[in-house]
Ligand binder design. Structure first.
Ligand SMILES: NC(=O)c1ccc[n+]([C@@H]2O[C@H](COP(=O)([O-])OP(=O)(O)OC[C@H]3O[C@@H](n4cnc5c(N)ncnc54)[C@H](OP(=O)(O)O)[C@@H]3O)[C@@H](O)[C@H]2O)c1
Length: 244
């Protein structure tokens, strides 16, 4: 049986987990608006989904810009009439030891990983309230639960996403659901943004057991498929062979 068709907006859909989530949710019959900065990737993915019988559109999106995120959500509402699910997935992970003082990279992680999620909430929450309900799926990390060397700032951003998600859930009157999805190491382009040579090298061994991005897409699809009264709050997905 196919899921009830929902309108889903996905940030960071141009690669990795967001891209696979788009494929999976389109396959489940949902209608999608995909956002990221690399529109050539989004264009190709949208064509692929629509050619396979799904329903998707895309729009350029920079989640660090609150007005742009508002326009993105408004575009989904305009196109499909409502926004049932907002997947706040866009993220960056330029790991380094604090001693390296990569202040610009710290700022970028805070801007994308924390402010980006807040901008998604600011854009979609009023729409969900007005239409009588909705669902946020915020992608955090196992780094939302534990800290490791070189990952202090990244983990801080993911702890923040967890705190914000829990606060949003507690403030909900039951109509707005909130799911935090926390992946362990997963195949994607995330580690390509690491400029610190030692952190980059260490990541190679860590990523040897990486999950396929479809594993995280499956967890998101599970949360999205629940009936209205059921709120799956937190899902942690690790490779079976991974201690962290
Ligand atoms: N892979 C893992 O091991 C892992 C583990 C735990 C958590 N996560 C989390 O999973 C999420 C997805 O990451 P991924 O692993 O799939 O990595 P990825 O392949 O690098 O994908 C990151 C996505 O975020 C988008 N993005 C980055 N900056 C953006 C911005 N300013 N505005 C809009 N989109 C932006 C990128 O698109 P553009 O560059 O085209 O804008 C891309 O689509 C992130 O939140 C990440 O922290 C990943």
């Amino acid at each position: 049986m196919r899921n009830e068709a929902k309108v889903v907006a996905i940030t960071g859909a141009s690669s990795g987990i967001g891209e696979e989530t788009a494929r999976r949710l389109a396959g489940d019959g949902h209608r999608l608006l995909l956002g990221a900065r690399r529109t050539d990737r989004l264009d190709a993915l949208t064509r692929e989904i629509n050619a396979a019988g799904g329903t998707a559109a895309f729009r350029h999106l920079d989640v660090t810009d609150a007005a742009d995120v508002r326009d993105f959500v408004a575009a989904a509402q305009e196109r499909y009439g409502r926004v049932d699910v907002m997947v706040n997935n866009a993220g960056v992970m330029p790991l380094s030891p604090l001693d390296a003082l990569k202040v610009d990279e710290w700022d970028r992680m805070i801007d994308v990983n924390v402010r980006g999620v807040l901008h998604g909430i600011a854009a979609a929450l009023p729409v969900m309230r007005a239409q009588g309900g909705g669902h946020f799926v915020n992608v955090a990390s196992v780094g939302a639960y534990e800290v490791s060397p070189t990952a202090a700032v990244y983990c801080a951003t993911k702890f923040a996403v967890r705190a914000i998600s829990e606060g949003l859930r507690q403030e909900s009157d039951g109509s707005v659901r909130v799911t935090l999805v926390s992946p362990g190491v997963t195949e994607s382009e995330l580690a390509e943004g690491i400029s610190d040579p030692a952190a980059r090298e260490a990541m190679k061994a860590y990523r040897a057991v990486a999950l396929p991005a479809s594993a995280i897409a499956g967890a998101i699809a599970y949360a999205v498929a629940q009936p209205a009264g059921v709120d799956v709050n937190e899902i942690v997905v690790r490779p079976a062979a991974s201690a962290q």
